[in-house]
Each structure stands twice: as structure tokens, then as C-alpha cells.
Design a protein around this ligand. Structure first.
Ligand SMILES: Nc1ncnc2c1ncn2[C@@H]1O[C@H](COP(=O)(O)OP(=O)(O)O)[C@@H](O)[C@H]1O
Ligand SMILES: [Mg+2]
Length: 261
């Protein structure tokens, strides 16, 4: 297991980047970091601004060609460039790319959602060459499907695919809540895969937290791996997420007992 850290920026973290980028910059000086981002509210803002009509099914936006073009332009052009530029301001050798570049994310179309695909494999060569060179890849969640058509992928799903493909030791999902909340509404400090599945079944984990928790579960592909869901707007959120077991929700494969293998 490598010391690679995969970080996903979502929600308000993308709108208010300064603090979290400082933190990413600090951590990336000590270990290899791959940054993955979503679009936050920016895609919706641009769809409204451009007057692109979209259709919803079961509460989810169906991505047609017009909305895919807007999503791709905003993710790769606006959000990705901003993050790369912000990191470069901090002296980080950041490189922007999407899952299309280098054929990095291998994806398959999801039935019924339009131009949306899910990640099935990672071709890691491009990421490896960047990481070996001390660069920080910043990845927009786009990928070619099995027919070679560019599709949107859920950013949490892209993060899990990259984490598993790289054998990352830690994966941090920066979001707008302090972690997974349980039945009582309180943050759960540590959760195993079985308990997380139970909370999804029970409807306690809902909305955007479902793909995030599923991605966190996928990212902990070995007993040594850990995924953390944490509030990206907190002070030194990334530093604390990777080092402090009481910050955010830590997702592990099995209930670990200290000192017992
Ligand atoms: N059990 C839960 N614990 C915490 N958040 C939850 C839970 N169930 C649903 N959510 C919702 O999930 C949201 C985070 O997902 P999402 O909005 O997709 O964020 P991101 O932009 O980081 O992907 C939270 O803001 C919260 O409203
Ligand atoms: Mg989300």
C-alpha cells in the first residue's frame, strides 16, 4: 500500500477554496496527493445562465448533450483551472486533467441517466508519471464510455476509482457536513462497511451522502486503507482528517481493535 492520498473537494469547499488549498499544499509537500473535484453549484448556475433546459427523473438530473457540454466546460474549464491556478499560487506544481486525458478513467454508461458513466477501471500511467515528478494531479470527473463518448461521472465515484486503482492508503471526501450523521443526528466518528450499508438501507444516509458513502466503502479496498468524510470548511480540515481519528467520519473495512491484527 502506497502512501498516496486522494482528496475529493465537493460542496462549499469548491466555492470557498482558499483555506482547503492551503492545507492541500501543505500536505502535498510531504506525500503524493491526487485532487479530484466536483462542480458544486457552478454547473447549475451556468445551466441557468445559458438557459439550458434540463429534465429530472427520480430527483436526478438527466444529462443530455446540451447539459453535458455545459458540465464539461464548467468542470474542466472553470473549476479545474481555478483549482490548478490556486494551487500554483501556493507554490504547488499542480496539473489539471480530466478522466479523458491519457484514457485515465475507464467508464461504462449508466442506463437511463443520459450521458452519465460509472468508473470501472483506472489506467494509472499518467498519474504515476505526474506523482513521480512531484506534481499534483487535479482531476475533473469526465470520462469516455465504452463507445468513446465523453460522459459526466459522479465525482465521488471518480475519487473511489482513482483511490482503488492507485492503492491509496487514505481517501478524504471534503464536503459541507462534519461527517456521516446517525439516527440521533450526531456525527459518527468511526464506521465499518456493514454499519454504513445498514444506515443506507434504513434511509438514515440519504441524498448526495449515498454516492459518497458508497464511494468511501469502495475506496477502502484493503484492511490497511481508510476513507474519511469531513467538513472541508473547518480550519486545517485536511491535516486533521488524515491525522485525527476524532475529526470527521472514518470509514474502515472491519472494526479495528487497537493493537490487535
Ligand atoms: N446521514 C447523513 N449524514 C450527513 N449528511 C447527510 C446524511 N444524509 C444525507 N446527507 C446530506 O448529504 C449532503 C452531502 O452530499 P452532497 O450535497 O452531494 O455534497 P458534496 O458536494 O460534497 O458531494 C449533506 O449536506 C447532507 O445534506
Ligand atoms: Mg455530491
Amino acid at each position: 500500500m502506497s502512501d498516496i492520498l486522494v482528496v475529493k473537494l465537493g460542496g462549499t469547499t469548491i466555492a470557498d477554496q482558499r483555506q482547503v488549498l492551503d492545507d492541500v499544499a501543505r500536505v502535498s509537500r510531504r506525500r503524493p496527493v491526487v485532487l479530484v473535484h466536483g462542480g458544486g453549484k457552478r454547473i447549475t448556475e451556468w445551466l441557468d445562465r445559458l438557459g439550458v433546459e434540463t429534465r429530472f427523473e427520480g430527483g436526478l438530473r438527466v444529462t443530455d448533450q446540451a447539459s453535458l457540454e455545459v458540465a464539461a466546460a464548467v468542470l474542466r474549464g472553470v473549476v479545474n483551472s481555478e483549482l490548478v491556478s490556486g494551487l500554483r499560487d501556493l507554490g504547488v506544481d499542480a496539473v489539471g486533467l480530466s478522466g479523458v486525458d491519457g484514457g485515465m478513467l475507464v467508464a461504462e454508461r449508466v442506463e437511463g441517466m443520459g450521458l452519465v458513466a460509472r468508473v470501472v477501471d483506472l489506467r494509472r500511467d499518467l498519474l504515476d508519471s505526474l506523482l513521480v515528478g512531484g506534481q499534483v494531479p487535479v482531476v475533473a470527473p469526465l470520462a469516455r464510455d465504452e463507445h468513446g463518448i465523453v460522459c459526466n461521472v459522479n465525482a465521488d465515484d471518480a475519487t473511489a476509482g482513482i483511490a482503488v486503482g492507485l492503492g491509496a492508503r487514505q481517501t478524504v471526501f471534503m464536503t459541507d457536513v462534519d461527517g456521516i450523521r446517525g439516527e440521533d443526528g450526531e456525527r459518527i466518528a468511526s464506521i465499518t462497511t456493514a454499519e454504513a450499508e445498514r444506515l443506507i438501507e434504513a434511509g438514515v444516509i440519504a441524498g448526495g451522502m449515498i454516492p459518497k458513502v458508497r464511494a468511501a466503502l469502495a475506496a477502502v479496498s484493503t484492511d490497511a486503507a481508510e476513507a474519511i468524510i469531513a467538513d472541508g470548511s473547518a480550519d486545517e480540515a485536511l491535516t486533521r482528517a488524515i491525522a485525527d481519528p476524532s475529526f470527521g467520519t472514518h470509514v474502515r473495512r472491519a472494526a479495528g481493535v487497537a493493537g490487535v491484527a
